[in-house]
Design a binder for this molecule. Structure first.
Ligand SMILES: [Zn+2]
Length: 266
């Protein structure tokens, strides 16, 4: 599942590929309504940015392409004529510029919108503070988590609610709550502001570390996985066997350490 940090990396890749270059050709392909991408042919890409899990590619004719990758979407960059590593049938959008082709595969949401309408565009306007934004406002994120509509949510669900804070998905939910020693089934209303703030700052720290480029002396900054994907294995901190149970609307499983993250759980 691409999370904010993956989308941020895709944005950096596409920025290197597209920004400042004119679009020579563009095509799109269903399922569902495909955007009229011929409208960007001849326009120049002016920027690529991530907003939470959304990726926005802007063009100098006032149009922007918004993509949301959901579970299986991805972006590849190829040289012109180079064979693709995924089947043509999985292609949603291909954008060719001099020397490169950027191809999206499997994104369920790709749409072309007017740049000036972005501020009121529902999926974007509703987003909470973006964990990877330089101007991230942690107190605003606490206030959003405190919204009465979220009081009864478990913190495991609330932290992934993109209208509360944008960017964290299933992986960073797991790793944030483990590091903060918070049981994923505790309700937001039962957590104090200090704990909520600690959770938000930890999620921000993990996402930021994850998008840092490797450099000499710092080969990889991707944080260690303590619980994500480790159901049934011993806790790296206390050796207790990690448990898991379904959580949330999509009933994916959440894994936690019953000793490091004590509390009532299913
Ligand atoms: Zn433990």
């Amino acid at each position: 599942m691409p999370e904010g940090d993956s989308v941020y990396r895709f944005a950096a890749l596409l920025r290197d590929t597209l920004q400042g270059r004119p679009v020579l050709a563009a095509s799109s392909h269903g399922p569902g309504p495909a955007p009229q991408v011929q409208r960007i042919v001849g326009a120049t890409c002016t920027g690529v940015r991530s907003r939470g899990k959304n990726l926005l590619i802007s063009f100098d004719n006032g149009l922007a392409l918004r993509g949301h990758l959901h579970m299986y979407g991805t972006w590849h960059v190829y040289a012109p004529g180079e064979p693709w590593r995924l089947p043509q049938s999985a292609m949603r959008v291909a954008i060719e510029v001099p020397g490169a082709v950027a191809v999206n595969f499997n994104a369920p949401t790709i749409e072309l919108i007017e740049e000036r309408a972005l501020a009121v565009h529902r999926p974007l306007a509703a987003l909470g503070p973006d964990l990877l934004d330089d101007s991230f406002d942690a107190e605003a994120a606490v206030r959003r988590l405190r919204d009465p509509s979220r009081a009864g949510l478990t913190i495991g669900d609330a932290i992934m609610d993109q209208r509360a804070l944008a960017g964290a998905g299933n992986i960073w939910k797991h790793e944030t709550l483990f590091r903060c020693r918070v049981n994923p089934w505790r309700r937001v209303e039962d957590l104090d502001d200090t704990t909520l703030m600690a959770i938000i700052l930890k999620a921000q720290e993990l996402l930021r570390a994850s998008v840092m480029k490797p450099s000499p002396g710092r080969p990889s900054a991707r944080p260690t996985m303590y619980v994500y994907g480790r159901t049934g294995m011993p806790c790296r901190r206390c050796n207790t066997r990690l448990r898991s149970a379904p959580q949330g609307l999509d009933t994916r499983r959440t894994t936690w350490c019953p000793r490091c993250q004590p509390g009532e759980s299913p």
